[in-house]
Design a protein around this ligand. Structure first.
Ligand code: C2E
Ligand code: MG
Ligand code: MG
Ligand code: MG
Length: 282
């Protein structure tokens, strides 16, 4: 009897795994088709200077709207894109599109504006990543110093020597590097210093807690202090209310991004929003 139960337990396990694999394969095909039909697009979320309250840049965020109008979250489809290798082509398209948008914004008079692009570790570790990056810069004419690549902290932890070498080569192009979701991984300080990144992005989880538990605020505070001591730029992510912005400002955080200031928006909307911000000040 115990054996049957065990067996049925085993059967249940493999079947649910089968369902999950089938679902993943289905999504992979849907994603490939969506990409070839140009159903993926970018939204841009402004990043603000907390002192002047002026927009200084934007982060490009990938979106997938399926044929029936539903949005699939990048947190769901990026892992599938990574797992299937699709991220290589999608990531190149993201980079080129964001670079082209940066060039367009500069031509429209936003000359100090920066553009941040998320890069998956699968993409980053691909042997053709650097030539791909150089080509994208060359073809679009995007100024490297105004472009930033965001890599996650968890990624920064793996194979530190290889990563340090890669980052050094990226830096040679002039492109900046940010560590995304900082505070969620466990980077050692010496490691962080060795990577010579330009910016830390404080994860939203610590920003959310900043006005609540003292423990949350001490993590954000620690990251800000660390960034300042290492001479890095710091962006707080997911700032949703004025109190959070105030606390961050007083803790010495120079930059912030979040729904308080603006949601991610389409390219055309961003330009309009930037014009609106300028008009509001004038
Ligand atoms: P991330 O890079 O940490 O991006 C920040 C996420 O927080 C975005 O979610 C953004 O829409 C959301 N967000 C911004 N402000 C607020 C706020 O005030 N409150 C709340 N609740 N959320 C806020 P999104 O666009 O769903 O992206 C999720 C993740 O997917 C990103 O996290 C990034 O890791 C990944 N991702 C997005 N686009 C790309 C891409 O082009 N390439 C790669 N490799 N990953 C991407
Ligand atoms: Mg990011
Ligand atoms: Mg983040
Ligand atoms: Mg994230």
């Amino acid at each position: 009897r115990a054996k049957t139960q065990q067996r049925s337990g085993h059967f249940y396990f493999t079947r649910s795994m089968g369902v999950e694999i089938r679902e993943r394969v289905r999504m992979m095909h849907a994603l490939r088709s969506a990409f070839s039909k140009h159903e993926l697009f970018l939204m841009y979320q402004p990043q603000m200077d907390l002192t002047t309250r002026r927009p200084v840049g934007a982060e490009a965020l990938l979106r997938w709207r399926t044929a029936d109008g539903k949005f699939v979250s990048p947190d769901r489809f990026i892992p599938i894109a990574e797992y299937s290798g699709l991220i290589i082509d999608i990531g190149e398209w993201v980079l080129r599109t964001a670079c082209a948008e940066l060039v367009r914004l500069r031509a429209a008079g936003h000359e100090d504006f920066t553009m941040s692009v998320n890069v998956s570790q699968v993409q980053f570790r691909h042997p053709q990543f650097l030539p791909m990056l150089r080509r994208a810069l060359q073809d679009t004419g995007a100024p490297p110093h105004f472009l930033e690549l965001e890599i996650t902290e968890s990624m920064a932890m793996e194979e530190p020597d290889l990563l340090a070498q890669m980052l050094a080569q990226v830096k040679e192009t002039g492109v900046h590097i940010a560590i995304d979701d900082f505070g969620t991984g466990f980077s050692s300080l010496s490691h962080l210093q060795r990577l010579r990144v330009d910016r830390l992005k404080i994860d939203r989880a610590f920003v959310t807690e900043i006005t609540g538990s003292s423990r949350g605020s001490s993590i954000a505070e620690m990251v800000i202090q660390l960034g300042r001591n290492l001479g890095l730029s710091i962006v707080a992510e997911g700032v949703e209310d004025e109190r959070q912005a105030q606390v961050l400002y007083h803790l010495g955080c120079p930059l912030a991004q979040g729904f308080l200031f603006a949601r991610p928006m389409a390219a055309g909307e961003l330009e309009e929003w930037l014009r609106g911000e300028e008009a509001r000040r004038a």
